[in-house]
Design a protein around this ligand. Structure first.
Ligand SMILES: Nc1ncnc2c1ncn2[C@@H]1O[C@H](COP(=O)(O)OP(=O)(O)OP(=O)(O)O)[C@@H](O)[C@H]1O
Ligand SMILES: [Mg+2]
Length: 251
């Protein structure tokens, strides 16, 4: 359902050029959770932004349900829910108002929007604070509203960028349980997270990104086979100890 093909994104020029994402390819099917993992600066967020059509690739493209993002960016946005830790809420609105506002933006009628808010509140246990100003919510409550907002149009593709950042153990569990429910519902899901132990338990397949490149890909069993390491943490420790590519300095 998600098909990333030779995706690259470079920033800057000449000796200052950063290859944030370098010839990246992977696929994610319906009902599959794909863990796109990597250290800080590996290129995860840049990749998600290109999938979402928020950033134009230097090369390559992403196909979602038969459409290419560089050709149909608006159509593709409707197929995707993007959850990011840094997304802010409108402080002076209540979660209900925010959800109704976004539902309206996606063209749902008032009746449809109200029903959708009801479903999402039940799924994410929002009822207790649905009508409180967002400014008064805790980090975990805000993040649940963020998740609901990203899914208000019930998209077939869900991208999660560090969805548990700032959450405690219980809050993180709520998010990971919710991702499982999305998998059951047949969504194609990409998760970027630094909680590697949780990712190991949750994801069906993994892409290990290092300096913008896909270094290992597969199920946990396949990764163990390829790397000779048992845990993903150890796989990254090995990658991070590699010397950086030597850059030729012009004379
Ligand atoms: N707009 C930009 N201009 C210049 N460089 C950028 C820009 N966006 C990202 N980069 C660079 O691209 C690289 C990849 O960044 P990216 O945000 O994709 O990493 P990440 O894997 O999401 O890291 P983190 O785990 O810290 O969120 C970094 O070196 C970053 O500094
Ligand atoms: Mg990031």
């Amino acid at each position: 359902m998600i098909c990333v093909e030779h995706l690259s994104r470079h920033f800057g020029e000449g000796t200052d050029e950063v290859r944030a994402v370098d010839d990246l390819s992977f696929r994610v099917g319906p009902g599959e959770v794909y863990g796109l993992l990597g250290a800080n600066g590996a290129g995860k967020t840049t990749t998600l932004r290109m999938i979402m059509g928020l950033l134009v690739p230097t090369r390559g493209d992403v196909e979602i349900l038969g459409r290419y993002v560089t050709r149909h960016p608006e159509g593709i946005k409707r197929q995707i829910g993007l959850v990011s830790a840094s997304a802010g809420l409108y402080q002076w609105l209540t979660p209900r108002e925010i959800l109704l506002f976004f539902a309206g933006g996606y063209g749902l009628s008032r009746v449809q929007a109200a029903a959708r808010v009801e479903t999402l509140s039940r799924l994410m246990d929002l009822h207790r604070f649905l009508d409180r100003r967002s400014a008064t919510l805790s980090t975990g409550q805000k993040q649940r509203v963020n998740l609901a907002r990203a899914l208000v149009h019930d998209p077939p593709v869900v991208l999660l960028d560090e969805p548990t950042r700032g959450l405690d153990v219980v809050g993180s569990q709520v998010v990971f349980q919710f991702v499982k429910a999305l998998r059951e519902a047949g969504k194609a899901i990409v998760v970027c997270t630094h909680q590697l132990d949780e990712a190991e338990r949750l994801c069906d397949r993994f892409g290990l990104l290092h300096r913008g490149q896909m270094r290992y890909e597969g199920t946990l069993a396949e990764l163990r086979e390829q790397t000779g390491r048992n845990s993903i943490v150890d796989m990254f420790v090995d990658l991070l100890q590699e010397p950086a590519a030597v850059r030729s300095i012009p004379a």
